[in-house]
Design a binder for this molecule. Structure first.
Ligand SMILES: O=C(O)C1=C[C@@H](OP(=O)(O)O)[C@@H](O)[C@H](O)C1
Ligand SMILES: C=C(OP(=O)(O)O)C(=O)O
Length: 429
């Protein structure tokens, strides 16, 4: 069978301004909370891509009305009570959808649902949400004792628990906070290291119960709450590819506008700065409690660094983009703390190592670390391993010299139009 590919010829300087699609994490959560709210609310400038369209489809099967209004979504919520779906709920490729939805469905008393996903999602660990949800009283069954989808859930009366996250995961934290909205008593999550806090910010936006003390986040059962419009900022994770593309391509200068700059997402900026990157950014406004602004990146020399493992949860989806920058840096970059990358859409540690080697870069791979010897790449072929971030990161790594990207369509999971935007900025020079 012929596999699709895209040949990117060597790109001259990238120049110009760009708005990236809406934030994926905020879109998933905005749709879910509006589906649980009472009345109609609009989600302005959401991400409409593979993952979030899966969320819209699944929420419709659970009785929410979701209409498209140009680029926006108009959602009529169910007032906390979802409808029993008539068929299996297909979460596609979206881990965030499956894990957060398990939290919501666990507390929908009497409602039965089966969740599945594509081959990648069916390989990913769900025990991390199933175990604490069961401790709250959830009834959950699935492959490997509830660790792998397909998963069946029958909603129950839940009881709040106190839970310390064993892995830094905003998805686990969010699943428990969402379940806590339906549980008796308080639900408290302690996170040893900070992870993205979009759920907390959206709870505040919708006036849902929330207390944060240091690294402890608490909620409790909520009564019906009214829908409220929400503006979705641009996705920093999508912006990251263009920032790195500009940093590694001689003569480039790119500005990404209207992008979310939530500090629990922007760890990459600190690491790139430490590498000597010519980067500037400003927060200009807030939307739904999320800081939004612009970031400018100019090409210049980069040097290798040893990354602080504590920063990884604040840039967990940007490690493939960082690896692309490291390939062009002078000297060695050491990236520890990568255990979680092994259980993403692909084994990202292995996928990064393999693609760097395919582009002629020397790399050492440990169980949870990478050591990348920089100095530039040579033309080659990139294998996404069915993973959007790998496809985009290595398109960028190879951009200055030209690269073939196999199955470029994977980028559409989080960024429809990625390659068009890339070509437009290259052509603008
Ligand atoms: O909560 C979220 O929206 C996300 C959390 C992260 O996953 P983990 O919670 O598994 O770290 C991240 O990798 C994913 O892309 C989105
Ligand atoms: C890990 C990701 O998403 P998810 O876990 O929602 O599939 C990602 O977008 O990089």
């Amino acid at each position: 069978m012929d596999r699709p590919f895209l040949d990117l010829s060597p790109c001259g300087p990238l120049r110009g301004a760009l708005r990236v699609p809406g934030d994926k994490s905020v879109t998933h959560r905005g749709l879910m909370l509006l589906a649980l709210a009472e009345g109609e609310g609009r989600l302005f400038y959401p991400l409409k891509a593979g993952d979030t369209l899966s969320t819209a489809r699944v929420l419709r099967a659970l009785g929410a009305e979701i209409a498209e209004e140009g680029p926006h979504f108009l959602v009529r919520g169910r007032g906390l009570r979802l409808k029993e779906p008539e068929d299996v709920l297909d979460c596609g490729n979206a881990g965030t959808l499956m894990r957060l939805l398990l939290g919501i469905l666990a507390g929908q008393e009497g409602l039965f649902a089966v969740l599945t996903g594509d081959a990648s999602l069916r390989r990913r660990p769900m025990g991390r949400v199933a175990a604490p949800l069961r401790a709250m009283g959830a009834q959950l069954l699935g492959r490997e004792g509830g660790n792998k989808a397909p998963l069946a859930v029958r909603g129950q009366g839940l009881k709040g628990i106190r839970y310390t996250l064993p892995v830094p995961s905003a998805q686990v934290k969010s699943a428990l906070l969402l379940a806590g909205l339906f549980a008796e008593g308080a639900t408290e999550v302690e996170e040893p290291v900070p992870t993205r806090d979009h759920t907390e910010r959206l709870f505040r936006h919708f006036g849902l119960p929330l207390w944060v003390e240091g690294n402890r986040i608490r909620t409790q059962r909520s009564g019906p709450f009214p829908a409220k419009d929400l503006v979705v900022p641009g996705d920093f994770s999508s912006a990251a590819f263009f920032l790195v593309a500009a940093l590694v391509t001689p003569g480039s200068e790119v500005v990404v506008e209207g992008v979310g700059l939530n500090p629990t997402r922007t760890g990459l900026l600190s690491v790139l700065k430490a590498m000597g990157a010519d980067l500037e950014w400003r927060v200009l406004e807030g939307e739904a409690g999320e800081p939004v602004g612009w970031v400018r990146a100019r090409h210049g020399p980069l040097k290798g660094v040893a990354v602080d493992p504590g920063l990884i949860p604040l840039m967990v989806d940007e490690v493939p983009a960082l690896a692309a920058a490291a390939a062009w840096a002078e000297g060695e970059t050491y990236i520890p703390g990568l255990a979680e990358l092994r259980v993403k859409e692909s084994d990202r540690v292995a996928a990064i190592a393999q693609n760097l080697r395919a582009l002629g870069v020397e790399v050492e791979e440990g169980e949870d670390w990478l050591r990348i010897r920089g100095g530039g790449v040579r033309p080659g072929e990139v294998e996404p391993f069915h993973d959007h971030r790998i496809a985009m990161a290595f398109a960028v790594a190879g951009l200055p010299v030209g690269v073939r990207v196999w199955e470029p369509g994977w980028a559409e999971i989080s960024y429809p139009g990625f390659f068009q935007d890339l070509k437009r900025l290259c052509a603008a020079s």
